[in-house]
Design a binder for this molecule. Structure first.
Ligand code: 3PY
Ligand code: MG
Length: 279
């Protein structure tokens, strides 16, 4: 949960390294708590496509220690979506489908209190110490997503907007918008690197969505500043698949016999009887 006295994510971004975040779609506070124990560089809560409800969101953020920033990927670029996520205690918002500087400016204004923006004051967590919260609210991070052809075309002006702390590329939507889905070579690669270059020119860090750890490492090598190392749905699906596959695999005869001997000596009275017979 965001602590207005410490700028965890801002500090991470200023370090210049690539942050590896976990992406959570399943809408579970228990999963969030479990993932937070692994200490990722951040946790993204997907309120656009995930299964999150408001109370579960509040619980999930409350269970995440302040040294792990929570980034809320909000459902849309609106005062309500951005204000509600921040009121719940998120340290950052990630705003989808930004296509020009005007939309990026709006996202920034929805995340900031007057006189810097139009965010409305309130929320259970902020009001518990509102003076501290307002004072520290300049540490809140605004991330805008570029994930359309139009957004890519306007990447330079979007990245240059005052108050945009990071641009994050939504690779899935970008491939749909380019009409190349599911192929992420050629046009897609070029568009991503053009966005990346535009961000570098504006001195704005650029992150990129990655669907797996291997790609996350490659993108880190390419200089992106935030990547997704893991996501909850995939972790559970892969774990379940591995267990099912391993259990269904034929066991070598010798190993099966060895296991049976182990089970029989530890769980049946065979061994003591043999000992008595021998004496
Ligand atoms: C995208 O890839 O389009 C995203 O929004 C990340 O999930
Ligand atoms: Mg998207």
């Amino acid at each position: 949960m965001f602590d207005p006295r410490r700028a965890t994510l801002r500090y991470g971004l200023a370090s210049g390294r690539c942050l590896g975040v976990a992406w959570l779609s399943l809408g579970s506070a228990a999963i969030t708590e479990t993932i937070a124990r692994a200490k990722p560089d951040g946790i993204v809560i997907d309120l656009q496509h995930g299964l999150w409800e408001r109370r579960e969101l509040e619980a999930a953020i409350g269970l995440t220690p302040a040294n792990i920033p929570v980034i809320a990927r909000v459902a849309e670029n609106s005062a309500f979506a951005i204000g509600a996520a921040l009121d719940a205690g998120a340290e950052a918002v990630m705003v989808p489908l930004i296509e020009n500087a005007k939309q990026a400016e709006k996202a920034v204004s929805f995340a900031k209190y007057p006189p810097h923006g139009i965010r409305s004051g309130g929320g259970v967590r902020p009001l518990s110490n509102f003076v501290d919260y307002v004072e520290g609210s300049d540490k809140i991070v605004v991330i805008v997503m570029i994930e359309t052809v139009e957004g890519a075309k306007n990447a330079a002006e979007i990245a240059a907007v005052d108050g945009v702390d990071m641009v994050f590329i939504g690779t899935g939507d970008l491939s749909l918008s380019l009409g190349v889905f599911p192929d992420i070579s050629h046009d897609h690669t070029k568009t991503c690197s053009d966005i990346h270059e535009a961000c570098k020119k504006a001195w704005t860090p650029c992150g990129i969505f990655t669907p797996n750890l291997e790609l996350a490492k490659i993108r880190r090598g390419q200089g992106y500043r935030m990547v997704v190392t893991t996501n909850d749905a995939d972790l559970i699906a892969r774990g379940a698949q591995q267990a099912a596959t391993a259990f269904a695999a034929p066991v070598p005869k010798a190993a099966e016999e060895h296991e049976l001997i182990e089970v029989s000596t530890t769980r049946t009275p065979t061994a003591p009887k043999q000992i008595r017979g021998r004496s």
